[in-house]
Design a protein around this ligand. Sequence first.
Ligand SMILES: [Zn+2]
Length: 265
Amino acid sequence: MWIDTHCHLDAHEFGGESAAQAALARQQGVSMIVIPAVETANFPVVAQLAASVDNGCYALGIHPIYVPHAEEDDLRVLREQVAAAMADRRFVALGEIGLDFFIPMLTEPAMREKQIFFFREQLRIARDFELPVLMHVRRSQDVVLKHVRQIRPAGGIAHAFNGSFQQAQGYLDLGFKLGFGGAMTFTRALQIRRLAAELPLDGIVLETDAPDISPSWIHPGRNSPDQIPRIGAVLAELRGMPPQDVAAATSANARAALPRMGAHG
Ligand SMILES: [Zn+2]
């Protein structure tokens, strides 16, 4: 069985088919799909969606791309809703949080500061509740590492990882896993394929980031969580291993990174 550690199953691209997509993924052997939130408005949506399918769990957080519209009061709302969600076994992490220094508007000085403020405050919430974090690290690996080293949440996942071996080691040394998905299915993606092939297997988890980051056989179409076994087969091929061994290892890694997912993953 496989685990999709990062899937925006509530995204409008799935229309009314989110639950059907989860069922299809289940038929393909995807035993758990982690659905991160992106803003306070979709906290109830991801919680309800995770509860409505056999193989769903969720995270609560404010995504860096949503920070421009976020208000400081959203952090109070997040803390309150996290406290309430601790009683829900499908709630597994703080996320999606992080820093995006790729989108030009987000790199302007004031917005950079606002992103860092929201990121640090959310790392503190994660630390206070002993929750792992699902992190967005686009063009920001070193700055994310710096803040994680200072605040020290209880581990988690650097999602859609695409950095250097040295940066990868920085996350692994802090007990984080690195998320790999559709990007490694492109033969021209030499660096990410080298990372996927050579990093310690116990540091790797699989993800789709659906509906985004579609694999080569779908690109530029809509990605979906049922693609995880085929994406996992690419990782198996890169590492010269049987796919079932990759499924077992990456699923165990996902459970280690997200302990609340535990046995029902
Ligand atoms: Zn995401």
